[in-house]
Design a protein around this ligand. Structure first.
Ligand SMILES: C[S@@+](CC[C@H](N)C(=O)[O-])C[C@H]1O[C@@H](n2cnc3c(N)ncnc32)[C@H](O)[C@@H]1O
Length: 258
């Protein structure tokens, strides 16, 4: 049974945070929200997207909302709020930009969260998000789930490509349109994810944070090592032993009417 774990900031950094940051930087550039806006970062986690907003968008304010108290304890600029993205304890029309990075698919009813984003966004505000392309372009996870499924048929039900049907342009656009947002556009954002060696790829999967590491932590050790050995045999290596993959996220932006 799938159960995602979000609690230990340092372990999340090694697994996804280090790749989330360059995606966040490109996403904020693409949004081109004017300086002085009030931003909400829903599912802010350890603050990768919040950091990119402060670095590039000269915000008046960034509020980060997340369910994980452990992640909210990580130091960052801005204000934080322990809240569910699908039931935000925030007034309507309060933000000039409402964004969410790599989090929307983990909300049990993501369409409800997008409706909340639109509610708290002011008229004419940007509502935008990005999620990993689990089915294909998020290669570090794709290699993992393909190996896990080869070793353990039960892994298919936990594969994020199966669990998260919203993580593609059509799924995202349907949620944005249903929330009444206009000028909806999607695009891929791809970043290099280069691992110095196999350990640099594998060790973060043992940190327990996120879907694949949480799945792995529930396996008996022998199964875990079978997956490890299959990945070690399958992953492409460069002559220096490094593993050069890429990670693609699907980004979407829209605007509230008015
Ligand atoms: C993959 S992390 C992304 C964190 C950060 N935005 C980033 O880009 O690195 C997913 C985050 O979504 C949060 N999350 C999951 N369900 C949530 C919900 N219903 N409401 C708010 N946050 C949620 C988790 O606690 C976690 O911090």
């Amino acid at each position: 049974m799938a159960g995602d774990v979000w609690a230990v900031g340092a372990a999340y950094e090694a697994y996804v945070g280090r790749w989330s940051r360059p995606v966040a930087a490109e996403f904020v550039r693409w949004l081109a929200v004017p300086p002085g806006a009030r931003w909400l970062d829903a599912g802010c986690g350890t603050g990768a997207l919040t950091g990119a907003i402060f670095a590039a968008a000269a915000p008046a304010l960034v509020v980060g909302a997340d369910m994980s108290l452990g992640f909210l304890r990580e130091p960052r600029a801005g204000t934080v709020l322990n809240a569910d993205a699908a039931a935000l304890p925030l007034a309507a029309d309060a933000f000039g930009a409402v964004v969410s990075g790599l989090a929307l698919n983990f909300v049990p009813h993501p369409e409800q969260a997008v409706t909340e984003f639109a509610r708290v966004a002011a008229p004419g505000a940007t509502v935008a998000s990005y999620v990993w392309d689990y089915a294909d372009g998020m290669q570090l996870m794709r290699w993992f789930w393909d190996a896990a499924r080869a070793v353990d048929p039960a892994a298919a039900a936990e594969d994020e490509a199966v669990r998260f049907p919203i993580c593609n342009p059509a799924g995202l656009a349907a949620a944005w349109t249903a929330a009444g947002l206009d000028d909806v556009e999607t695009r891929p954002i791809t970043v290099p994810t280069v691992f110095t060696d196999f350990d640099d790829y594998w060790q973060p999967f043992l940190g327990g944070q996120g879907a694949a590491p949480a799945y792995l932590s529930r396996l008996v050790p022998n199964r875990r090592w079978e997956i490890r050995d299959l990945l070690d045999a399958r992953l492409p290596r460069r002559p220096d032993g490094s593993i050069a993959l890429t990670a693609t996220a699907w980004a979407i932006r829209g605007r509230t009417p008015g």
